[in-house]
Design a binder for this molecule. Structure first.
Ligand SMILES: NC(=O)c1ccc[n+]([C@@H]2O[C@H](COP(=O)([O-])OP(=O)(O)OC[C@H]3O[C@@H](n4cnc5c(N)ncnc54)[C@H](OP(=O)(O)O)[C@@H]3O)[C@@H](O)[C@H]2O)c1
Length: 257
């Protein structure tokens, strides 16, 4: 197989949670451009429908399915409907994530609701999707699980304790899954640095904070969401056939400083 063909995802079926905005939408778009059938899902009907159309603009199939990753029934139905419609599932990207203001601050300032929501979406949601994905990924001979963590899953970040706890958990969970599922299914995690999405709007609008992040980033800027698509396509593809249990930082060099 040529090196270019190794990146071809034609015939594979992918689910992307939180695949309707920001990084998730860019990932769904990238997987579709590489030939995969993609189901981009979230809690907002209009966004799910728009994402379905964007996927289909690449000439591949899609489905509009609403999913809240904190709802077990939603998750079960997402996997069942996708597999029933397309005959299986080969790629799962656990991307849905939040960092609510109620979970920011020093540990003593964080309220329990902010803590619970952050852990429920970022960690438990990814875990429940992973459980539902298990039979399908095991049945596929190209099964690939990709979790989207953060540099906050690799190092500490001040005043973001629940988020950092959830993302460290996600990195550790992915490494354990890679052990349990090898050699049939590969599992990897990506740790993005600072990306220009809705999640970082407040940060980017604060001149002092934005500049301090840029100053600490060797590549001198925030990432565009599209810059996360290539790493996901790589990890999903045959080009990464010997890559499992790894945490790939995509952070413009932020953690190298
Ligand atoms: N932006 C960054 O700088 C950055 C850096 C490192 C890591 N990350 C991680 O990358 C991932 C995507 O972040 P982003 O910046 O693209 O965020 P975003 O623009 O806020 O998009 C988040 C996506 O997740 C969905 N979502 C939120 N809660 C959900 C739930 N309970 N169930 C299902 N879907 C849900 C949202 O849709 P609805 O609200 O409509 O459901 C949306 O599609 C997150 O895991 C985040 O932690 C981001």
């Amino acid at each position: 197989m040529s090196i270019i063909d190794q990146f071809d995802l034609t015939g594979r079926v992918a689910i992307v949670t939180g695949g309707t905005r920001g990084i998730g939408l860019a990932i769904a778009d990238g997987l579709a451009a590489a030939g995969a059938t993609v189901v981009p899902t979230s809690r907002t009907a209009s966004d799910v429908e728009a994402a379905r159309k964007r996927v289909e603009s690449h000439g591949v199939e899609s489905l509009a399915i609403l999913t809240d990753v904190t709802d077990d029934g939603d998750i079960e139905s997402l996997f069942e409907r996708t597999a029933n419609t397309f005959g299986g599932i080969d790629i799962v990207v656990n991307n849905a994530g939040v960092n609510p203001s109620a979970a920011l601050g020093c540990p003593e300032d964080v309220d329990s609701e902010g803590y619970d929501v952050t852990l429920d979406v970022n960690l438990r949601g990814a875990f429940r999707c992973t459980q539902e994905a298990a039979p399908y990924l095991n049945e596929s001979d190209k099964g690939s699980l990709i979790n989207i963590a953060s540099v906050g899953g690799v190092v500490g970040l001040p005043r973001q304790h629940p988020y950092v706890a959830s993302k460290h958990g996600l990195v550790g969970m992915t490494k354990s899954i890679a052990l349990d599922w090898a050699p049939e299914v590969r599992a990897n995690v990506i740790a993005p640095g600072y990306v220009a999405t809705d999640l970082t709007t407040e940060l980017r609008e604060n001149d002092k904070l934005r500049q301090s992040i840029i100053n600490r980033t060797p590549l001198d800027r925030f990432a565009d969401p599209e810059e996360l698509a290539g790493p996901v396509v790589f990890l999903a593809s045959d080009a990464a056939s010997y890559v499992t249990g790894t945490c790939l930082t995509v952070d413009g060099g932020w953690t190298s400083k």
